[in-house]
Every structure is written in C-alpha cells, then in structure tokens.
Design a protein around this ligand. Structure first.
Ligand SMILES: C/C=C(\C)C(=O)SCCNC(=O)CCNC(=O)[C@H](O)C(C)(C)COP(=O)(O)OP(=O)(O)OC[C@H]1O[C@@H](n2cnc3c(N)ncnc32)[C@H](O)[C@@H]1OP(=O)(O)O
Length: 694
C-alpha cells in the first residue's frame, strides 16, 4: 500500500501503491504512518519525498470506506505529525492530488507538481468538505479570495515537465537543514480582504441561488470563515464539527451513491457470467483473469481428480493475488463442475481443452446443445481453424477465437481470432472483454498459428537451421539477447515447453508415423526440415518443466539455464550423421536470419489480410513475445533497418538456402520497396486483400 525505499543514500522515498488512484484507504494511511516513523527515526534519512505509483499522487480518501466504521489511523493526526516532523518532506505530485490527497500535499513542507497535475478539493461533490485541515491550510497558504494557477498562488513550489518524483528528490536534498517553521502551513496566518463579511455573504447568496438546499457548499463557506477568523487549532475543530454534520447527512450518502452509480452505469456489459472448460495452466489463468474483473466463472473439468486439482490451484492463485496485489477475486465467484449442463445460462464460454481438433469439435457440438442460443462460444486454440469449430455449432456467428498466452493471468496479449463467419458484435464483445480483463487485445485473421505463432515458426526454424550449420543454442541466444530480447529463442522455448510444438509437428505429418518414408533426409513436405527439436523431445526433454531441454536446469521447474554437454554431443552426432561441416556463424547472420525471417512472415500476414496493420503485428510481438520495446517490434525494426536492405539480405539468404521458402522475400516487401518505401503507418494502403473484419 506504500513502498518505502532509500534513494540517494539519504532521502526516504514513500510511494503510495493503491491502484487505480492511490486512494488513502486505511491500509495506505497505516503504511504512510509506518514509513514516516521509519524515516523520522533513521539517522541516515535527511529528507522525505512522498509520491504515488503509476502517475497518480492520491485521489483522496477511499470513498468506499465511508460506508463502514473508521479503520486504521485517522487522517488528521497523521497529517499533523507529518507537518510537525523535523525533516523536510516534499510532495511529488503527478496526476491527481484530490481531497485527502491534496491535504496530504499541503502538510508536506514543499510541493513539486507536474505541469499536468490536478490539485483540488472535490469533496463538496460528495456532500462533505475537506476535513483533514484542508479548508484551514489551503486558505492560510493562498489567502482569501484566490483564483489563479497553482504556482502563482503559491500552492506549489515548483512546476515541472519532468518526472516529478526525481525532481522532488533533488529538491529535498537542497531543502535539508533549511528552517521548517515557515513551511508549516498551519502556522501561517490567513490573508484576508478587508471586506471579508461582505465577500462571504455575497458568495453565500450565490451558492444558495445556484444550488438551493445543498448543504456542503454552505458548510465550506463557514469553514472558510473559520480559517479567516480563528487560530488554526480552533479552525480545524470547527472544520471537524461541520464535517460531522455533513458526513451523516442523507445528502452526503446520496452524492456518494451518485459517484459510484455513474461509474457503474458506464460498465454496461454483455458478459456477466462465463465458463472455462479445462483447468490446466491456461484454463486456470483465464478463469482467474475473468474473476478479477467481477465475472462469475463456472470452471469445468472432465474428471473429479482434475477438477479438485484445478480448484486447489485457483485457490492458490487467488491467495497469491491477495498477497501481491492487496486484492483478489472472491472464491465465491467460482463454481467448479464436471457437467457441461451447468453452462446453460452463461453469457460466454472459453474452451481451453487439449489442442486436438476432434476433441474441440466434440466440445463445441455439446456446447451448442446445452448453452442458450445467445451464448458466445470462444476457443483458446493456439492455431487451429476457428471456422472449423464454428461449423459444428448451431451459431457460427457467435464463435470466435480468444487466444491467450501462458501464463494467462500474467501475459498481456490476447489475439481475438475473427473467423469468416464471426459477427462484428461477437468480435467487438471479445475485444472489449479482453480490454476489461486488462489485456492488450488485437484482432487477427483465422490462419494456421494466427499471427504470433505463425510468425514464430520461421523465426524458430532459422534458429534450428543455424544449429545444424554449426551454432550452439547459447551462441544464438546470446546474439538475440544482445539484440535486446530478455531471452533468446532456445531459453524462451524451454520456458514455454517443447512438447506443444512437437505435438503440432506430429499432427501436421512432419514427424512420426505419417512421414513419407521416401522423403530425402532433412526434408519434409518439399522443404528443409531440422530434426534436432524432435530428437530433443524424444529424450523426454521438454524444457524447464522436465529439468532439461535445450539447456540443463538444476531441478524440474528450475530457471537457471546451463549449457548441456548432452546437447553439444547431440549436435555433433547429428552433423556427422548428415555430413554437415560446421562453420563459424557470425552474430550478424544469426540476428538477420532470425529477425528478417520473422518480419518477412509479418509481410506475408499483412498481404494475406490476417493482421490489419503492421502496428498490430508489432504490438503482438511486444506483448506476446517480449520483443525489445526499444526496437519497436519486428515490422518497425525492419523499417528502421531499411526495407531495401532487408529485401537484399533475404534475397541473399534465400539464394544460399533455396529449400527454405520463409526466406523468399514476400511480394508485399518487394512492393513497398518498389513504391518508394513508405513509412510503416502507410503500409496498409498497399495491401490488396483485407479480412472483412480487420
Ligand atoms: C474526508 C474526505 C476526504 C479526506 C476525501 O479525500 S474525500 C475523496 C476526495 N476525492 C475525490 O472526490 C476524488 C474522486 N475521484 C475522482 O474524481 C476521479 O475518480 C479521478 C479524477 C481521481 C480519476 O478519474 P478517472 O481517471 O476518470 O477514473 P474514474 O473516475 O473512473 O475512477 C477510476 C476508479 O477509481 C475509483 N476511485 C476514484 N477515486 C476514488 C476514491 N477517492 N476512493 C475510492 N475509489 C475511487 C473509481 O470508483 C473507479 O473505480 P472502478 O469504477 O474502476 O471500480
């Protein structure tokens, strides 16, 4: 609820962490009190900075807590103690400092505000008044009447365009040892105009005319009068009395009700209840994501034991959420069942069963029978034909792909796969559900692998071909990590698990009993094929989860990847079996072959109308594969390298490897080069066929 850290060796930085607006809930007040005690008693700390996480200082008291009895430290003594402290405290204000948040800023000895920050007392709109010294301190600071911008008024000491927190830390260092007396706003005298009574009477008249019968603004005027005519200790008492009258009034309850009602009304949604079929890692993650946003979830498994394991895992995830995020969805939102019949009334179903078309079709046929006619049916397939599933239902227009990425409760990307028969409403609903779940949703077309996995294939293929030719997993990973990826292709594959790709290759007849016995070595379906990934899987090495994959790990589930002599051995045996003379491969070749093949497939996807624009592909790679953000994404990166160069290098590599079609430059790339290399944002104009929904 507040993070405490020491920066620049002597400044205590207290960051409020209560999303979305860092409201000063009881837990936040408790954390501020604890942090201030720490800062004031630590001899190393010479100054304190208070800021809020995620660009918002503090949206004031947590209005939801008004309905119950006061919990945690009361605000007034907490604020008084900050002001009275002997070390300078600087407020770093970004976003909003409203109500209690503004009052917190006012007890700080200095205020640094970002130029876009908003400071104010909106309490009157909630039927109350700023009652933690707000009316008393603000008037002492700026006088009566006041109307101008914050800096001119003297509310803030510095306005900045930079990061307010960093500026505040520097400011705090300069404030050390300066006298604090004049910085304590409660000690100042309110500057009053000579005709105070006349002014306040006039304002009272105006308020009565503008808001007849409304109590809070009149109470505010009385608090202003107190600030002007009484010493601080009496003024704050008066402020408290006025607040007590307002706080329990029907007007305050009504106005606070309106605050939340307005926000609730905006949350109109088609989806209130959902079902998730399959409680493996992915299904559990999706179920928790749905519950986090208040959607009730029916979780389905096929066997009692699997259902119970899923239930326990979900409970564990909710507990971890509560620990890490301070909040968690309620377990009451979940119902665990073995029967699809329980899904008859849900608004939406997400199928997350094994990646097997026959099984998925059976599930969709069954759903078609049990769910009410308006229920949306979604599949989390990672690449199968969404339209084939739609075809076995009684409502193909309500079928759409929702392709989450593992772990689904963490990964931001969601591909919304638009089948040719998915209706616009269905797609829009899936997109907005994704947004509601905090995902970055991207609409894509229905092609094998969709966008992310379709592009991943040539990228991984190039990496494995480079292994055949003489590179090692660690050399390839290092080159890609130096490029900016957090993990190279092999470390990433070990994390994701190698078995899924192995199964997909088997299903597509690339290995296993379906392979044509006549195919020449290292060739499948008329193109180059590297057998090494299958050989690794045949040894039961599926990556981190089995303690070994392209690397070895100290235990199952271990994350510390070490080069494995066994893999080295496998590579050497393989090369000698197929008569491959290993060669030295440069990092440049590794990066070019992997990334240009990746971007080339991206051009193919655009050309096929499977992504609406290059930006969509880049977003998919930023959020779905950890593409280094400072490179912009594969398509933007290609544009930065220069499309002409990318084209030339692809031509060069394709000439050297004619049996690798993914290296053959895409016609769209050639078109873009031929028509003068327009900027990324204009590529869409050169695409001939576009998916009707994209
Ligand atoms: C005594 C009394 C004291 C000391 C007080 O401080 S009273 C509170 C004074 N503060 C306010 O009145 C601020 C109220 N909030 C706002 O004006 C706005 O929410 C905002 C300007 C801070 C942000 O606006 P916006 O970006 O448009 O976002 P929303 O309004 O939609 O809010 C996002 C969610 O945050 C919840 N919220 C906002 N403020 C509070 C709050 N003070 N306490 C509890 N919850 C708050 C708001 O309800 C939205 O929640 P969800 O709808 O997303 O669940």
């Amino acid at each position: 609820m507040a993070r405490y850290e020491l920066v620049k060796r002597s400044v205590a930085l207290i960051t409020l962490t209560n999303p979305p607006v860092n409201a000063s809930s009881s837990a936040v007040r408790h954390a501020i009190a604890k942090s201030m005690k720490c800062a004031l008693s630590d001899p190393e700390v010479t100054a304190v900075v208070i800021c809020g996480e995620n660009g918002s200082f503090c949206g004031g008291a947590d209005i939801r807590e008004f309905a119950g009895p006061l919990k945690g430290p009361p605000l007034v003594p907490l604020l008084d103690a900050i002001e009275a402290g002997e070390k300078p405290v600087v407020a770093a204000i970004e976003g909003v400092a409203l109500g209690g948040g503004f009052e917190l800023a006012l007890v700080c000895h200095y205020r640094i505000a970002h130029s876009k920050a908003r400071l104010g007392f909106p309490e009157v709109t909630l039927g109350i008044l700023p009652a933690a010294g707000g009316t008393q301190r603000l008037l002492r600071l700026i006088g009566i009447p006041a109307a101008a911008i914050s800096l001119k008024l003297g509310i803030v000491d510095q306005v900045t365009e930079q990061n307010a927190c960093e500026v505040a830390v520097e400011f705090a260092l300069r404030a050390v040892a300066k006298p604090l007396l004049s910085r304590r706003v409660s000690m100042l005298t309110t500057r009053c105009p000579p005709d105070l009574d006349a002014l306040l009477d006039a304002v009272t008249m105006q308020v009565k005319k503008k808001a007849p019968g409304v109590m809070a603004p009149l109470a505010c005027i009385q608090a202003v009068r107190a600030a002007a005519t009484m010493p601080y200790y009496k003024g704050i008492k008066r402020e408290g009395e006025l607040m007590a009258t307002l706080f329990n009034s029907g007007q305050a309850w009504a106005l606070q009700y309106c605050f939340f009602a307005q926000r609730t009304a905006g949350k109109w949604t088609l989806i209130r209840s959902a079902a998730v079929i399959g409680l493996g890692t992915m299904g559990r993650g999706i179920a928790v994501c749905l519950a986090r946003v208040g959607i009730s979830v029916i979780a389905v498994e096929s066997e009692k034991k699997l259902l119970e394991t899923g239930r326990q895992m979900v409970i564990g995830m909710l507990e971890r959420d509560a620990k890490r995020r301070g909040v968690s969805a309620s377990l009451n939102l979940f119902k665990f069942t073995l029967s699809l019949h329980d899904l008859k009334d849900v608004d939406l179903v997400i199928e997350v069963v094994f990646e097997d078309m026959a099984l998925k079709k059976r599930v969709f046929q069954e759903l078609s029978k049990v769910c009410r006619p308006a229920t949306l049916l979604c599949t989390n397939t990672s690449g199968l034909d969404v339209d084939a599933l739609a075809g076995v239902t009684d409502r193909p227009h309500l079928v759409v792909g929702m392709h989450f990425f593992s772990p689904a409760h963490v990964m931001k990307l969601l591909e919304v796969v638009c089948g040719p028969r998915s209706s616009s409403e269905t797609i829009a609903t899936a997109m907005s559900l994704g947004k509601r779940m905090g995902k970055v949703s991207v609409a894509v077309g229905n092609c094998p692998g969709f966008v992310r996995n379709r592009m991943l294939k040539p990228y991984i293929d190039q990496a494995t071909f480079l292994l055949e030719e003489g590179a090692t997993p660690e050399q390839i990973d290092k080159a890609l990590e130096d490029f900016g990826f957090a993990m190279g292709v092999f470390r990433m594959s070990d994390l994701a698990g190698l078995d899924v790709g192995w199964r997909v290759r088997k299903e597509s007849g690339l290995n296993g009993s379906d392979v044509d016995p006549e195919s020449p070595p290292r060739r499948r379906q008329g193109r180059r094929y590297c057998l090494i990934p299958d050989m690794v899987c045949e040894q039961g090495r599926f990556g981190q989860k089995t303690g070994g994959g392209w690397y070895m790990y100290d235990k199952r589930g271990g994350t510390n990847a070490k080069p494995d002599p066994l893999i080295q051995n496998l590579l050497e045996t393989y090369r000698s079996k197929y008569g491959i003379q290993p060669r030295n491969i440069s990092n440049q070749e590794i990066v070019e072959r992997c990334l240009f093949a990746l971007a080339n497939e991206g051009f193919g996807i655009l050309e096929d109308g499977m992504a609406a624009r290059p930006e969509d592909i880049d977003v998919i790679y930023l959020f779905g594969y950890g593409f280094p953000r400072h490179r912009g994404g594969p398509m933007f990166y290609a544009s930065m390298v220069g499309l002409e160069r990318v084209l030339k290098r692809l031509e060069h590599y394709h000439q050297a490897h004619p049996d690798v079609p993914h290296l053959k430059p895409s016609p769209l790339l050639k078109t873009l080069v031929a028509c003068g290399i327009p900027p990324v944002q204009k590529w869409r104009e050169h695409i001939k066929t576009m998916h009707s929904h994209l």
